[in-house]
Design a protein around this ligand. Structure first.
Ligand code: SF4
Ligand code: SF4
Length: 377
């Protein structure tokens, strides 16, 4: 949300963007314009956090989770009591998120574009309400917000496709809620308060993939001081109990610190190892190759990077037969571009000329004037 508020591209930091872009990047080596390799790094950092903390990302980082919690707080002020959804119905509705994930991935991977962006309630709520958002995105958002006043976190429980991605990782998550049957009075308060509909009081270990580590169950437990309910490592790793902590500021502080470490590592990796978001190769590389490092103005997204390859693969008298590969980091201003070539067949000067000079495109039967300006790195 902070990225959105300071005017940044929040989409480039969305872990679900990494899921959507994965197939196209692996197959074609490029990304749609609003996404970047930052999506892959943040996805990796978030999945690491899920392996450690289960779905704590949903409760502590995701803006939709935050909005849902604000609505619950508003509902309490309005004296609206949250409705309990029968356990069986809750489990059936929870399957919807896998269907949502399957449909989104099928059409997105097939088209190589974010075809559902215009219908995405998260994008509608957090973007700047551009023309690409359809009326239906607002209808879905409004319905989710309205239902959130009466039912706890309905989107996170039943519809979120990222939650479906989390499931196998969260299922084997390290930290968990543990119940000590000797101290527990079976009052059921923990189960009643759980926003994810988990029957906490029937488990010795809560290993449900949907636990968001909100610790609300620990907070309401009347015998938590006797250790009835704790959050920490699995019992076999926790014989001396160094991390068996109850409610209070420390467990959430520890949780938030681990979460920040995972996300901070992902952000640091994005800038330390900036993978190209546009890669295209031609032919087979010989034993000896060379690379031309340039900054080029006009390579702003996947479309203009594609146009640049037309100039590199031109077939007129400025043709560069030794051109082998382009790696680009499209963006505003001058973008870094690395061009690999066979030094026995061409020169850096020939490549620069091919990029700058107009050429006659036989396919569209007209001259293409180069929109690119080369500056040295
Ligand atoms: S209330 Fe307890 S079991 Fe339920 S999601 Fe929160 S931490 Fe997990
Ligand atoms: S709230 Fe505490 S005492 Fe009550 S059932 Fe849950 S773990 Fe047991």
């Amino acid at each position: 949300m902070a990225v959105f508020l300071v005017g940044g591209n929040a989409e480039a930091w969305c872990p679900f963007g990494g899921v959507e872009a994965l197939y196209t990047y692996a197959r074609e080596g490029n990304l749609v314009c609003s996404l970047g390799v930052s999506n892959f790094y943040i996805l990796g950092g978030v999945l690491l956090s899920v392996l450690l903390l289960r779905r704590a990302f949903c409760g502590y980082v995701c803006p939709i989770g935050a909005i849902s919690e604000w609505l619950q707080a508003a509902a309490r002020r309005l004296r609206i009591r949250p409705r309990r959804v029968p356990y069986g119905l809750d489990r059936v509705l929870a399957l919807l998120k896998y269907a949502v994930l399957g449909v989104i991935l099928y059409f997105t991977w097939r088209a190589g574009e974010l075809v559902f962006r215009g219908y995405d309630p998260c994008y509608a709520l957090l973007s700047r309400h551009g023309e690409d958002i359809t009326f239906w995105a607002y209808v879905v958002s409004g319905a989710i917000l309205l239902i959130s006043l009466f039912v706890k976190v309905p989107f996170c429980r039943w519809l979120c496709p990222l939650a479906a991605v989390f499931t196998p990782f969260s299922r084997v998550g390290l930290m968990r809620i543990k119940r000590n049957p000797d101290a527990c009075t079976d009052c059921g308060a923990c189960s009643r308060v759980c926003p994810m509909g988990i029957r906490v009081h029937t488990h010795a270990n809560v290993t449900a993939a949907r636990c968001t580590a909100c610790l609300e169950c620990v907070a309401v437990c009347p015998t938590r001081k006797r250790g009835a309910l704790t959050w920490g490592l699995p019992r076999h790793l926790d014989r001396r109990g160094p991390l068996a902590v109850t409610s209070g500021p420390w467990p959430q502080a520890a949780l938030i610190a681990i979460m920040l470490l995972c996300i901070g590592a992902a952000v640091a990796a994005t800038y330390t190892f900036p993978l190209p978001s546009f890669v295209q190769t031609r032919g087979t590389a010989p034993a000896t190759t060379a690379t031309l490092y340039v900054n080029i103005e006009g390579v702003t997204c996947r479309g203009s990077a594609n146009l640049l390859t037309y100039f590199l693969e031109r077939d007129d008298d400025l043709e560069i037969p030794g051109y082998l590969k382009i790696e680009a980091w499209p963006g505003p201003g001058a973008s870094a571009v690395h061009i690999t070539y066979d030094p026995s067949q061409t020169t850096p000067e020939a490549i620069r000329n091919a990029i700058k000079q107009p050429y006659f495109d036989l396919v569209i039967n007209q001259f293409r004037v180069s929109p690119f300006q080369i500056t040295e790195p």
